[in-house]
Design a protein around this ligand. Sequence first.
Ligand SMILES: *Cc1c(COP(=O)(O)O)cnc(C)c1O
Length: 449
Amino acid sequence: MHEFTSELEELASSVLAYSLERVKDDPPLDGPRSAEDLYAQVGETITTQGLGGQEALTVFTDVLARACISTDHPRNLAYIPSAPSEHANLFDLVVAASALYGGSWQEGAGAVFAENQALRWVADLAGLPASAGGVFAQGGTVGNLSALVVARAQGRKLWPETTRWAIACSKEAHSSITSAANVMDVDVLLIDPSESRKLTGVEVGRAVDEFHKNNSARVFAVVATAGTTNLGIIDDLMSVGAAAKERNLWFHVDGAYGLAALCAPSVREKFNGIENADSFIVDPHKWLFAPFDACALLYRDPELARAVHTQSASYLDALHETNSWNPSDYAINLTRRARGLPFWFSLAANGTDAYTVAMEKTLEMAQIAAQKVREHPRLELWLEPELSVVSFTRPGWEKGDYKAWADKLLDDQIGFCPASSDKGQPILRFAIVNPWTKVSDIEAILATL
Ligand SMILES: *Cc1c(COP(=O)(O)O)cnc(C)c1O
């Protein structure tokens, strides 16, 4: 190992001081700059002799970090932002310093044990059986893909003569489902949900049966969304799951954003039917107060996943000699960071009740924000918030007006809230996942509209 010189000792203090300051205080919102602009200020940072730790750190803290929007700022309501707890952030420093290998039980038993307890909490919230299990994958995109690859393997067992496959999902499903289908070279049967915008079993049954009548391709999985990213709409998990089961189809639930609210009693019943999922995902880095990047991927029967995802190579044989739990075997990954540990630590330290309280707080803030929009003289609520996304319009505004407003809001460092659209209509949306977002934050943004 390298000698820990006094220079490194000093650098350690600087790194810790910066990290602590970042965790303690509300971060500045900050914002992007052009590559030319950044280059003009920092120039070449990769040099033959190296800048030295202090100098490189200064380049980062003074320039580069300030060109990154703080996703955990309480007035960052864009896309789905993040809100890692102090405990989770602090423990990420420990994970970074520990060189943990999270791919196998042999090398990372303690870390894997802890991750599995955190996964168990999620599985219990959903009502999956004791035999359920999974892995923290990089993100929802990889989680969905990994689950759907297992689903297709099941389809191949059931219908070995099939040569062309398809995934059935709502038109409102996340883009990562289409992305997974592209990677897998399978088709997507997009189903138009009714007025309610929630996919139901009747619609799934009708669309799948029709598809099978007219195509040689065969549907192997039905994907329901538990909280669409744009508006937070939850499909009817109970009936969609039943329609899938009647046809022997894999039932996968994409809850990357929304399933976090399983721990909130006030909305828990909206997820009824999740207990019938063959697999589901939820991203703790979205609405469960964990840092990037962590997607909890759960399987009802993890053995099916293990059979599909285990990589075999002679140099890996020793890993599989014991009948132990290797996280690498449950997703498209081999080497993996023990990325579920910050989430585990925060859960272990704070207790699950604190999660319920924080979650209810964000849901309540969404209701308050919706009410403030209703009372606003120039705004109209677009959809009643089902979870913590509040969508609204400013009648009379064109797309360009929304963009100009959002750009100025960030320029003025008031908030980050880029426009979205729904059914061709530009909309604004607040995605509230941060328990530190206060009424005054919402008011500050609404005051500019
Ligand atoms: C965010 C999201 C995803 C993708 O997750 P990543 O972690 O960004 O890869 C998939 N589905 C839904 C519903 C999402 O909200």
